[in-house]
Design a binder for this molecule. Structure first.
Ligand code: G3P
Length: 214
């Protein structure tokens, strides 16, 4: 499974990139707003830092507007993936992107039948929002499981990108279910790297070493 970082914070991307653990980056308008910087500047900096796919989201709500943004973003760097919301207009734009060889990440997906439409339109990725489904008493991981098995059964090539990941158990479940990608906030990636028993074990090793070291 590929691991993406879900952030527009350059420092965070640099840090996990140096660890060699991420395969790509996803951003969304909220994350870019948090960075307090101009979208295109941030996008270019991320694309030059990371060789894997970088999702950049359109903010138009009609197909023509989305396509204008899609063509512009895709022309900026070869690793840009255009992120498009899963609306009827978004599906139309996804279909046009597919025809123009522009890679897409269809976002804000909350059901397997929405994911069917993304696959039919030729999306490169579909992003079910696991945490937000859980927030509303749904089972986000069940949605991921359904999409993975439906895509496999019918041979759709769209990759399942588990998004809105909130904690390490979401990552474990995504691995078990065969999701192609999980995109995680920096905090979750760091949680994956830490275990209290590792810290306790290391402290003990270092303490014991003091008794034999000169
Ligand atoms: O990639 C989508 C993700 O950013 C949404 O996460 O935690 O805002 O639901 P969250």
């Amino acid at each position: 499974m590929e691991l993406f970082i879900d952030t527009a914070d350059i420092q965070q991307i640099r840090e996990v990139n140096d660890m060699g653990i991420i395969d790509g980056v996803t951003t969304n308008p909220t994350l870019v707003a948090k960075s307090g910087r101009k979208f295109k500047d941030v996008l270019l900096e991320i694309c030059d830092l990371v060789s894997g796919p970088v999702s950049a989201e359109v903010v138009s709500t009609d197909c023509d507007g989305m396509m204008k943004e899609a063509v512009e973003y895709a022309g900026l760097r070869p690793n840009v993936i255009v992120k498009i919301p899963l609306t009827p207009e978004g599906i139309k734009a996804t279909n046009q992107c597919t025809k123009q060889d522009i890679k897409t990440n269809v976002t804000l997906c909350f059901s397997p039948t929405q994911a069917l439409l993304a696959a039919k339109a030729g999306a490169t990725y579909v992003s079910p929002f696991v945490g937000r489904i859980d927030d509303h008493s749904g089972d986000g991981m069940e949605v991921v499981a359904d999409i993975v098995s439906i895509y496999e059964r019918y041979g759709y090539k769209t990759k399942v990108l588990a998004a809105s990941i909130r904690h390490p158990l979401h990552v474990l479940e995504a691995l078990r279910l065969g999701a192609h990608v999980a995109t995680c906030p920096y905090k979750v990636l760091m949680q994956l790297a830490h275990h209290p028993l590792t810290d306790i074990g290391l402290a003990k090793f270092l303490e014991d070493w003091k008794s034999v070291s000169p």
